[in-house]
Ligand binder design. Sequence first.
Ligand SMILES: [Zn+2]
Length: 484
Amino acid sequence: MTSQDSRGDGPTKPSRRTFLSAATVTAAAATVAAPLATAPAASASTGGGPSGPGRPIRPQSPDRELRELLREIDQRRIEAIVRRLAEFGTRHTLSSQDDPARGIGAARDWIYEQMRGYAARSGGRMTVELQSYIQEPASRIPVPTRITNVVATLRGETSPERIYVVTGHYDSRCTDVMDATSDAPGADDDASGVAVAMELARIMATRRSEATIVFAAVAGEEQGLYGSGYMARQYKAAGADVQGMFSDDIVGSSTADDGTRDRRTLRLFAEGVPTAETPAEGNTRRSVGGENDSPSRQLARYVSDVADNDSTGMRIRVIYRRDRYLRGSDHISFLEQGYPAGRFTEPNEDFAHQHQDVRLVDDKQYGDLPEFCDFEYITRVAKVNAAALWSLAQAPGTPKGATIVTSNLTNDTELRWTRGTEPDLAGYEVVWRETTAPEWTHVIPVGDVTTTTIDLSKDNVFFGVRAVDTAGHRSPVAFPRPGS
Ligand SMILES: [Zn+2]
């Protein structure tokens, strides 16, 4: 709308074209709230964008249930979790596992007890387990070491086999990554992420979710993503259908070392070319594009769609790369198993408060202490995660088997997919955009079908398919592969 206006005849004299386009946009916006329009798509000019079938795409607003859920997220509880975790002195993966007061074992037992307390109010829907294995000597692991994830699983009511995961890592480190005894409070890195996962577990435990949601505090991250690696491999070995995973890692502050503050932005790192891409998939991508259309990118677009709004108070800054320079987090473990995943992290960083011994140098305090956390900020991060996870788990799953039919040379586009099994599934929408656009721009409701033909050449734009339920919840977009 704004780009259209700025292209018009001038601010004081709107052209007829501007007026008509604005009216079209208003009419389109009015239909967004309807669960699923079944009328054939009309051609619509869309602001400064390209012409073609469908209407301009609009973000999904949170429904009443989600808004209520977001209001329950409690800043005081989040602060209490971060401070309690910092009090274990160190949570280094190689620190004591049986000291009741100090070390990773005491932290593990405390998180486990808290999670069990949440699950006790779930009517049996939430279970909590200590997922544990012995890591044999490897990089940054000098002796056989037990690594334990604390995993709370809220089983879905109607699509339990479909899984969404959120993690924070509860291990910590100081300057020397092999130093298991010095203080390593790890408030920002990553008690903040653990607090997000735990607070969401507490709030969602009392609710009924359609799909399964998993809230995990993982270990061994600083030594080399060991805990999340084990967790992701377990899911893969079990054939689990993990359709989205988020690592919240360093989400505790919004202040950079130069004092720059950005209290309402959260970064989301999302890879382009999939980490687990096969050679055949690589050939397809080189042939028809798709570098910007991995499942993780669709997941990131979905997060912007449902969580970048006034109910979270946060702007999502999606970054088109797997992670920051020189760093990695637990989402990589899931990417390696072929699961869509992304990493949330704060917008600005102060490296004096990460991976640093707690010390004073010339009156400057180093170390990852709770006093440098912004608990209001972490609360908004939790709201973003909650909006994303809850929306994903109440919507239909991402369509499977999405195919762009390429048996013949044609100037239109035939799409095909497999119908989902959700009891409240209402139908499907085709989305499209210019190949140079970062976000989907147009949506075409096509009804409860599994094939459709769009009067627009597949050679010139990108297409996707998403599912819609009777309440109007949309799934993430599936990017079709060429096939017959
Ligand atoms: Zn970390």
